[in-house]
Design a protein around this ligand. Structure first.
Ligand code: FAD
Length: 434
């Protein structure tokens, strides 16, 4: 006789505390088998030394250890497509229900639809929950029910609703006694998955009251280590957004909270307008005739543009998987405007390299930089890569760290003249938008 169980499927929520779907699964009438699927259709697209895969792998190992030591349970892992994994699970067990948390990206929505259909064909319930955001889908919309496409009114509506939310009620202690005690699957090594241990490490996040209070004054200076580095932890759910938002809202300065709201703003944009995954939110901008010069793109990727702050950003990204936000805006503007290279090329490069890559935020910010997105920078706002140094890296701390050769003869000459590139960009954009 097969044993009847419930399943909790971990995805972007790799933690045991304040995990809404996990909590609900453990309230059910059957023991819960937690699972994680190393999805072959996602993994095969990634570089073999991808730091994010190492991070996920190590996090899964830690979760396994905790479940085993504290609760005598295990986490079952699969290296297959989700559909193949669930086919196997339905052969091995009698499953009453599968619990998981919402994922809003186009691939994830399609995957979940497929799994739900498969489970329903076997009379298995598919229960899903909001977990990785405070507000999702159409929870924050305008009075007439349409989505906000401008950040400030969205942010105000978000804050008003957040004030009335009792977050305490949403973070109960889960009943871990209800975990299933044995799992039959093997423990994969990273090599089994086709990957090697990355030399890049995903930094732990830093969030003290002092950091939140000083955030507004310090966040624009890439030479200072003053931001939270929460990106990958929010992305993979190794931290609860409710815990972070509560901590941010408790401080006197709300600028940090507003950054968390940008994250949700872009998530609801991608959810309401999935076409923006590949198309400009403002359709006219897809008429821009990009130059798309491959040699120039390579110089940008490698940090050899001859503009030290742009190069520092790209070299920081290549070496560490991170780039300071202020510099992301500059390198993005430089690519789309100075070089007239399609924002989608930059978006794809960031997607491969950033440890905190998050589809909605990456697309939203790239479209912001290119001028073609919701609430975007006006197209005629073209960052000057030299004066940006005076404003944000006056003492050259950041540049000296990432481009130590910037004053040597071997350092490249600027690949384009700022003034000429600016004029060329303005006329190219005007042509497309007229
Ligand atoms: P902090 O400054 O400490 O902010 C805390 C958190 O707030 C961040 O971790 C993030 O979750 C959120 N946040 C902050 N700024 C933004 C923003 N502008 N948009 C959305 N969320 C924000 N952020 C990503 O998480 N993933 C991406 O793939 C991504 N791509 C970007 C691409 C471009 C071209 C630009 C200009 C920005 C991009 N950002 C992206 C936004 C921002 O640069 C990063 O969130 C931030 O630099 C991460 O560092 P931190 O965790 O120390 O952030």
């Amino acid at each position: 006789m097969k044993q009847t169980i419930n399943i909790f499927w971990f995805r972007r929520d790799l933690r045991l505390n304040d995990n809404i779907g996990l909590y609900h699964s453990l309230k059910g009438d059957y023991p819960v088998l937690p699972i994680f699927i190393f999805d072959t259709s996602i993994l095969e697209e990634l570089p073999k030394n991808d730091a994010r895969v190492t991070f996920i792998y190590q996090t899964i190992q830690d979760l396994k250890k905790t479940l085993e030591t504290n609760y005598g349970s295990l986490l079952a892992t699969y290296h297959k497509t989700p559909l193949e994994a669930f086919k196997q699970l339905t052969q091995d067990f009698h499953i009453n229900a599968v619990y998981t948390n919402h994922d809003y990206e186009p691939y994830a929505k399609q995957r979940d639809k497929e799994i739900e259909q498969f489970l329903s064909s076997k009379d298995i319930i598919f229960n899903t929950f909001k977990d990785q955001v405070i507000f999702e889908k159409n929870e924050i919309v305008k009075q007439d029910g349409t989505p906000y496409v401008v950040y400030t009114p969205y942010m105000k509506a978000w804050k008003a609703r957040f004030k009335n939310l009792s977050l305490e009620e949403t973070t109960p202690e889960a009943n871990f006694d209800n975990l299933y005690k044995h799992t039959p699957t093997k423990n994969f090594t990273l090599e089994d998955l086709g990957f090697e241990v990355s030399s890049q490490e995903i930094a732990p996040y830093k969030l003290s009251s002092e950091r939140i209070l000083n955030y507004e004054a310090t966040r624009n200076y890439p030479g200072k280590d003053s931001t939270s580095r929460l990106g990958p932890h929010l992305r993979f759910g190794t931290v609860s957004i409710r815990d972070i938002a509560k901590q941010a809202a408790a401080e006197l300065n709300e600028v940090f909270l507003q950054e968390l709201i940008w994250r949700e703003f872009f998530m609801q944009i991608l959810w309401h307008f999935p076409r923006t995954a590949t198309q400009s939110f403002k359709p006219k901008y897809d008429n821009i005739v990009w130059r798309n010069n491959e040699e120039e793109f390579k110089k940008w990727c490698d940090g050899n543009t001859g503009y030290p702050l742009v190069d520092a950003g790209m070299r920081q990204l290549n070496a560490s998987g991170y780039m300071h936000n202020r510099v992301r805006m500059l390198v993005g503007s430089f690519l789309c405007k100075h070089l007239l290279i399609d924002w989608r090329w930059g978006e794809a490069y960031f997607a491969e390299k950033l440890h905190d890559y998050e589809m909605a935020s990456n697309i939203g910010n790239w479209q912001w930089v290119a001028g073609c997105g919701v609430d975007a920078a006006p197209y005629f706002r073209i960052f000057n890569p030299t004066t940006q140094i005076e404003k944000f890296d006056k003492d050259l701390k950041y540049i000296s760290k990432w481009v130590p050769d910037f004053q040597e003869l071997t350092y490249p000459q600027p690949m384009v003249d700022h003034k000429e590139a600016r004029e060329r960009c303005l006329s190219r954009y005007k042509e497309a938008l007229s």
